[in-house]
Design a protein around this ligand. Structure first.
Ligand code: 3AM
Length: 183
């Protein structure tokens, strides 16, 4: 079995830009668990535990999805959060750019996975997780006004099946299969 999800992976330069934003947030944090730079990604769908047989079927169908979409451009947006009890459960970096293309790709991934009985009722809320269970020493709105990402374009040419596992006590996400957009 493999714990898996479908995501857009980023190249090194984009991850370096995301780290700058993360560091600006960390400068005002009194608590938090922070994503390692290698693990920054944009989740399209979470799958959970899958068998090798399911992985084969998923890969076949995701290849077909990729063939229905053309590459598109995104850029990094503003920071935001998902609320927790007394903490910011997730502090994330938002996405701007060609949201229509991103949403169309995500919908196709989701609808296609539903054919294999992978169902996710969550509404897609594109975000890049920076940290979890975060506490800050300033109001979030104040931080939001001061922290911004570079507007460099992110070329989305592919998406990936990601493996999520703990190695030596540290969570590691590894792209196991890449699907190139070619539609
Ligand atoms: O880092 P983000 O938020 O993009 O939140 C988890 C993470 O996404 C999400 O899958 C990504 C890789 O772990 N995730 C984990 N468990 C989940 C679940 N049970 C989940 N998403 C939905 N349902």
């Amino acid at each position: 079995m493999m714990r898996a999800f479908i995501a857009v992976d980023f190249d090194h330069d984009v991850k370096k830009n995301i780290v700058h934003v993360q560091q600006a947030v960390q400068n005002h944090a009194t608590a938090g668990r922070w994503k390692q730079m290698d693990n920054f990604h944009l989740t399209l769908e979470f799958l959970g535990e899958i068998t090798p047989g399911e992985m084969d079927r998923i890969c076949l169908l995701m290849g077909e999805v990729a063939g229905r979409h053309v590459p598109f451009e995104l850029c990094l947006g503003k920071i935001g959060f998902f609320k927790g009890r007394g903490v910011f459960r997730v502090v994330w970096l938002g996405i701007e750019g060609d949201q229509d293309a991103l949403n169309a790709l995500q919908r196709d991934v989701k609808d296609t996975l539903a054919l294999l009985n992978f169902r996710d009722d969550n509404r897609f809320s594109p975000h890049i997780t920076l940290g979890q269970d975060v506490k800050l020493d300033v109001p979030f709105e104040q931080l939001k006004d001061t922290v911004s990402a570079g507007k460099d374009l992110i070329y989305v040419r592919a998406f990936c099946l990601m493996d999520s596992r703990v190695i030596d006590g540290r969570r590691v996400y590894t792209p196991v299969k890449q699907f190139d957009l070619s539609g």
